[in-house]
Design a protein around this ligand. Structure first.
Ligand code: UD1
Length: 423
């Protein structure tokens, strides 16, 4: 198994190119199930989750061009797709496999997807996806660990009100509604930029969608007609960008991110500024001019445009170096503080009470062996390793590889002493 070995960095310096957003690319790849043509996708990140979804589509009969050659472009044709069952062996490795449920059910009238089950950061049920599909006319049974969904008379547009804002739930229902008969309205829809891009592309492909980037989406279904999707480029990964901005802040380094979109990072940039850092940007770059002293902060995770839960762990690492006591409240997931015990082993002073972490800043961190527990927790440990005395070994980095494209190479290029080794 691979692990990352990190030696304390002096300051970093230079530019980092941000990859395409994993969380945008996943629904966009699932969206190709709705297409009648071969779809070309640019700016796809080289991360394991993307490869997993491509493998799932290939297993179902789609043809995908080679994505192992270093290029960030892929071409997908789902015209020969015939299998409609997403099996456990794939779904268990990536919960986002549930994203094929809406489009397959809409196109074929039936679909089976293994239940994703629990995951490290909490229960993460898919009840809201299923309830919405039932409202659209689907018949859903759960048997032997599988969701069996059929829509004998096709899916029909209706009014859906999500009890909770769900990102992949919104994407799934938008894709189902795209081929449904009639108009579907989703109230309490997710407004994340990744959902916005999915809606914009479908809208440009002949599925009229009103209310894009608002909490109420109105989707005019095509009544089963597949759509023609022109080539597009995946939006930049805002969480990857936010992680490297935190790397700049924690190591007191000026870093410039290329191929980044500051407009998607409003809440993250606002917190970094509140901590004393200056952020400048152009249309495609973001530069952090770090403050020598990071001020303590209070953070509450929320749905977009609030502060993203996917940046909570990285800011938690950063606040261990702040000038006072910071408070971080996690409102989206019930078990998303597993990085805390690893940071404590490095010397951080953090106490947990329910969904709230209290972080006493200004502690000296020491390098040691730590274990990554989920995707974003992994990057928090890397950030801590950059400033910890001595050597930090971050184990179980398969979590990190699910969502960060060439993290150690990007950090090496700006001067970090980090390498990938084999246990
Ligand atoms: C997506 C992101 C993930 C991010 C999360 C929140 C992808 C592939 N993943 O995950 O990186 O951390 O949004 O921004 O885009 N819920 C239910 N029932 C459901 C669905 C969700 O109770 O049917 C709950 C969840 O348990 C959670 C909350 O709703 O508490 C938000 O979850 P959701 O937005 O669905 O997260 P994901 O789409 O899985």
């Amino acid at each position: 198994m691979n692990y990352l070995q990190i030696n304390r960095a002096n300051t970093l310096n230079g530019n980092i190119k941000i990859s395409g957003a994993k969380n945008a690319a996943l629904p966009l790849i699932a969206m190709t199930i709705l297409a009648k043509n071969r779809v070309d996708i640019k700016n796809l990140p080289h991360v394991v989750d993307i490869k997993t979804l491509l493998k799932l589509l290939s297993n179902l009969g789609a043809s995908c061009s080679d994505f192992s050659n270093g290029s960030d472009i892929i071409s997908i044709s789902t015209s020969a797709l015939h299998e409609t069952k997403a099996t456990y062996d794939i779904v268990r490795t990536m919960r986002a496999s549930i994203l094929v449920l809406g489009p397959i059910l809409a196109r074929f009238g039936h679909c089976e997807v293994s239940l994703p089950g629990g995951c490290a950061i909490g229960q993460r049920p898919v009840d809201l996806h299923l309830k919405a599909l039932e409202q659209m006319g689907a018949v859903i049974n759960i048997e032997a660990g599988y969701i069996h969904a059929t829509a004998p008379d096709g899916l029909k547009g209706c009014q859906i009100i999500f009890d909770k804002i769900t990102v992949t739930g919104t994407a799934n229902i938008v894709m189902a509604a795209a081929l449904a008969k009639g108009i579907t309205t989703i109230t309490n829809a997710a407004r994340e930029p990744e959902v916005v891009q999915l809606c914009e592309i479908l809208n440009a492909s002949g599925v009229k969608i009103d209310g894009i980037s608002t909490g109420v989406l109105t989707i005019h279904g095509t009544d089963g007609k597949l759509v023609d999707i022109a080539e597009f480029s995946v939006i930049p990964d805002r969480i990857e960008a936010g992680t490297y901005l935190c790397a700049g802040a924690i190591t007191n380094s000026e870093l410039t991110l290329e191929n980044a979109n500051h407009k998607h990072l409003g809440a993250v940039i606002a917190k970094l500024e509140e901590m004393g850092n200056k952020i400048s940007f152009t249309d495609t770059t973001i530069t952090i001019h770090p403050s020598k002293v990071q001020k303590h902060v209070k953070i509450v995770t929320q749905e977009y445009p609030g502060f993203p839960t996917d940046m909570q762990a990285q800011f938690l690492a950063l606040t261990t170096q702040a000038d006072g006591t910071s408070i971080i409240e996690e409102r989206l997931f019930e078990n998303r503080f597993m990085h805390v015990s690893e940071l404590q082993r490095m010397g951080a002073d953090i106490s947990l009470s329910g969904h709230t972490a209290t972080i006493v800043g200004g502690t000296k961190l020491s390098g040691t062996d730590v274990m990554a527990t989920d995707l974003r927790a992994s990057s928090a440990l890397v950030l801590a390793g950059l400033i910890a005395d001595g050597v930090t070994n971050v184990h179980r980095i398969y979590h990190l590889d699910r969502g960060y494209d060439s993290l150690e190479v990007k950090l090496q290029n700006v001067g970090a002493d980090i390498k990938r080794l084999n246990e």
